[in-house]
Design a protein around this ligand. Sequence first.
Ligand code: MV4
Length: 447
Amino acid sequence: MFKKILIANRGEIALRVQRACRELGIATVAVHSTADADAMHVRLADESVCIGPPLARDSYLNMPAIISAALITGAEAIHPGYGFLSENADFADMVEAHKLVFIGPSAQHIRMMGDKITAKTTMLELGVPLVPGSPGELATLDEAYAVAERIKYPVLIKAAAGGGGRGMKVAQNRAALEAAFREARAEAGAAFGNNAVYMEKYLDKPRHIELQILADTHGNVVHFGERDCSLQRRHQKVLEEAGSPAITTAQRDALGVVVTDALKKIGYRNAGTLEFLYQDEQFSFIEMNTRLQVEHPISEMISRMDLVHEQIRIAAGEALGYEQSDIELSGHAIECRIAAEDPETFAPCPGLVSVYHPPGGLGVRVDSALYAGYRVPPHYDSLIAKLITFGKTRDEAIARMKRALREFVIQGIKTTIPLHQRILENPEFIAGDYTIHWLEKFVGQEH
Ligand code: MV4
């Protein structure tokens, strides 16, 4: 096992990884920008290194500075958290070139899944269900017309280097396809320096359901069930649940078998998430994320497993030591992402936190790096706390979340707590009756 790990991140996820390290008896090295000198992840680490000025590209994305910090402090491994360098294959290569361990998948697998076309082609060959679409890149407009006639309109043009919704264009009919194709290509080229695009049948009312997996370096792959992440606004997840209110145990088990078999075949390692769209009782793979995700705690709550412990053990070469049948999923968990934003306009609201009182009690978990007197800097993501509740049933998790949101006191800055309270009162939400379009409509209707 490692003796010292550098955590190449900030905020709640840096604390989350530190907690796992502490429990495993591993010393931690924090890195931070000048804007984060007073941050909780710096205060709680065993050691810390300032790696640059506030802008992320000069600090948390500064690969040589982070590698140097690891070498100087004698850290043996680097945990990237989520965002920043977590899905950067060049960084994973650089870490290994310096005889350090990247706590995540191989650079080859990060690259494979980073290219959405390669990811889909790979999953197709492995028998994972996909949305009907182009077999690979759409090179010409003629090809686009041909695929669209075959799969029928409406269709969606997506960027191969995209993901997270950037560079997508819908074409409702043949007349709209040329503009969608040209715009998607131009936007992809400008945004990613790669203008490759592909086509999928446009699903009009899907849910976003993702499956959490772990793979060790001894050929074992297990899953931790699904998370329903349909409640998003502008491709930002707002509230997630595990399991999905829309799927059955039999559906979960069947999808789990297909996915774990597929990942065994490609020799995937460490944590990963396969994203599916679910509509008309069908799962369609769209993307794979090769990192620990923000919403991983809800999978931990329903499985009583520590996914970060497991990531670290896997990176150290240990075998999982349990099988799928040992993972017992039970109960229901919900996560509310609390952001330093205006709950009506979603404008970021950084500033001084004057009062901070997190909720507690049975079935409540708060992952946050906030404290009273902390100044939320304007340079980074606005997520300030994840409030997670667990219950034997979904109704119990909802009741507990409402109770916990009432208890949560954050003063000095605006937060999205009131938005979550409104969602939790809504009859459609309570019935579990929502798609990926529900939240945008809900937020729009309120005005
Ligand atoms: C789609 C889709 C409908 N049909 N693909 C958006 C983010 C990216 N991960 C995939 N996305 C979508 N892909 C097909 N074939 C609708 C979306 C989509 C979406 C997906 C998940 C969660 C929220 C969303 C909001 C708008 C569009």
